[in-house]
Design a protein around this ligand. Structure first.
Ligand code: ATP
Length: 577
């Protein structure tokens, strides 16, 4: 496949406003690609060169891209900048200036390899090297390809293709339906690398995909927790449970392969350098290979106190890492082990895995075992929950002692119980901002009056609206929203957004906010949970509690399924059986 063929597909994918079309077009693109091409292609359509968990960013800055365009098309840099001011998109600038671009047929695999070389350039003279390499690439492609190439290099490819859409498209390409999605998703949950899965599927089929194993160095999708309203409901549903404190920090998966240690966040970012004390502690463990799962939290040893989430979150930084590590050291409470010395442990009962955790990290002062209490008593569970809260923790997580680790699943093997026990909705929800309305009166000053927010429909890889948001934000936060929104503004409703309401401005689904509300009500105006003529769900009296940082991407927001469950729980509480 050539770069210009790919670019034609990127145009089609960009202008699609239906999710089904997105899947079909992507499947068509896949059908045209060979096993060698499909891996780089899969990364490229998500604006990447490598899987998300590999910290390779093309990330050329605007200034460098302007210089490269100037060099490629022998145009003065200030003229390129002027054109950029007029067109607002360097991709369009490159397309315009390369009007007589080359007709040479560059293969996609070669473009990918050369972009990798640009991303890898480091050290003295690397800026010039990146510019020259990129200019040479630009010169070799047609105008439309130059447009996409620039957007990829800037990290601004706006296709909005989520992982489930890629999995559906792969299945669709081979079978004409979504029937292979579960097989592909299973492998994805174990390996987190869509390119690898695509390549394996193309070259070896379903059996080879099934044979993809848990591997050190490739993160496993995190097991997640369900919610239940109170200790009574937990014991009624689960019986005997293992109860653990719920630490309000950041989920970390620690991979040790000899002396090479990597730390991944829940949405696959690499925290190896940022959370260096965890990396060092894991390197010192005796076992050769390990995958540990836990929660990193800033902890004051002097005060013997867990510090609030915001302080832990402040450790996610690119600069001043060493100083921050001195001021706010982290510990990690390890609550699971998934792999040890070549053996996949995910099928073992939780109790057995936890016993291994104790053995593996014994003696470490940074990697600490999460304590458990086993009980089937509502009183003991209630007391443990209250104890946790009084220690400044978020609540408890209860786990089925005999359950295996189900990568990527949110089910009742793990249930979280938190401190908000009054009111109808006893937990906050995480919503994705999908659009906004211009403000009136005082709000007009900020340019944003109300936000349109939604939840994630994981099954269909779509975002469905659930509420408008207008309260809970300070003036400064409204301004911040406006600033962020400006960068995410898109001209039409993104293909993955499902909405009856039409806001003044559509946003690319990216920003996640934590929202508290009084209750969930049926609503014909919102699409969350809406099936046919049945109403969807809305939130009553929603207010923004906080912005979620980099730990939650849009696909980590609360799901439609969770909302439906919260609605059922709320109804049961109102009308006890
Ligand atoms: P929340 O916003 O309530 O933390 P979440 O969406 O981040 O929820 P859930 O799966 O719903 O994630 O809740 C489990 C999360 O709680 C885990 O992802 C982990 O980060 C955190 N956690 C803290 N302590 C524990 C523990 N002992 N066992 C499991 N998870 C824990």
């Amino acid at each position: 496949m050539t770069v210009s063929e790919l670019s034609t597909y990127l145009d089609r994918l960009e202008s699609t406003s239906s999710r089904n079309e997105l899947v079909k077009t992507l499947a068509e693109l896949y059908l045209k690609s060979s096993p060698v091409e499909i891996q780089p292609l899969t990364y490229l359509i998500q604006g990447r060169l490598v899987p998300f968990f590999e910290p390779v960013e093309i990330g050329l800055g605007e200034k460098l891209v302007i210089a490269a365009i100037a060099q490629a098309f022998a145009t003065p840099a200030d003229e390129v900048a002027k054109l950029f001011g007029r067109l607002g998109d360097l991709g369009l600038v490159a397309a315009k200036l390369s009007a007589h671009g080359s007709s040479a047929e560059l293969p996609v695999t070669e473009m990918h390899a050369r972009l990798l070389e640009i991303a890898g350039a480091a050290g003295a003279g690397s800026v010039e090297k990146k510019r020259s390499l990129f200019a040479a690439l630009l010169k070799q492609v047609d105008p439309n390809s130059a447009k996409h190439l620039v957007r990829i290099a800037l990290g601004r490819l706006r296709l909005g293709i989520g992982d489930p859409t890629v999995l559906d498209a792969l299945s669709f390409a081979r079978t004409g339906d979504r029937s292979l999605r579960p097989v592909l998703e299973g492998a994805y949950n174990r390996a987190s690398d869509l390119g690898l899965i695509a390549k394996t599927f193309w070259s070896g089929g379903e059996d080879d995909v099934n044979a993809l194993k848990v591997t050190v160095g490739r993160p496993i999708r995190s097991q997640l927790a369900e919610r239940l309203p109170n200790p009574e409901a937990v014991i009624k549903k689960l019986g005997l449970v293992a109860v653990q404190p719920k630490y309000d920090g950041i989920r970390v998966q620690i991979h040790k392969n000899g002396s090479v240690v990597r730390v991944f966040s829940r949405n696959l970012e690499d925290y190896t350098v940022m959370f260096s004390e965890l990396t060092t502690a894991a390197r010192g463990l005796k076992d050769e290979t390990l995958i540990l799962d836990g929660e990193a939290i800033a902890y004051s040893k002097e005060l013997e106190e867990y510090l609030p989430f915001q302080l832990t979150a402040s450790r996610r930084r690119q600069h001043g890492i060493e100083q921050a590590a001195l001021e706010l050291p982290l510990v990690a409470f390890v609550f699971d082990i998934l792999y040890r010395n070549g053996r996949d442990l995910t099928e073992l009962p939780y109790e057995e895995r936890l016993a291994l955790v104790d053995e593996v990290i014994a003696g470490s002062t940074v990697l600490l075992p999460a304590p458990i209490i086993k009980t089937d008593s509502v009183e003991v569970l209630t007391k443990t929950l209250l104890d946790s809260i009084s220690q400044g923790l978020e609540g408890v997580v209860v786990k089925r002692p005999e359950s295996k680790y189900q990568a990527g699943a949110r089910n009742f093997n793990w249930v979280k119980l938190k401190r908000h026990t009054s009111g109808e909705l006893n937990d906050t929800v995480d919503l994705v901002l999908l659009g906004y309305y211009f403000g009136k009166g005082k709000r007009a000053e900020f340019g944003v009056g109300a936000l349109l927010a939604g939840v994630y429909d994981a099954e269909n890889d779509r975002f469905a609206t659930i509420t408008k948001l207008g309260t809970g934000l300070s003036d400064a936060e409204w301004r911040q929203i406006r600033e962020r929104a400006d960068k995410l503004q898109v001209e039409q409703r993104p293909a993955r957004v499902d909405s009856i309401l039409v806001p003044d401005v559509w946003l690319k689904p990216e920003v996640v906010v934590e929202v508290m509300a009084d209750e969930i009500t049926p609503s014909p105006r919102h699409t969350a949970g809406k099936v046919g003529d049945e109403p969807g769900f809305a939130l009553r009296f929603p207010r923004v509690v906080s912005f979620r940082g980099a730990d939650k991407g849009p696909e980590d927001a609360t799901t439609v399924k969770e909302i439906a469950q919260l609605f059922r729980q709320q109804r049961e509480r109102k009308q006890p059986a």
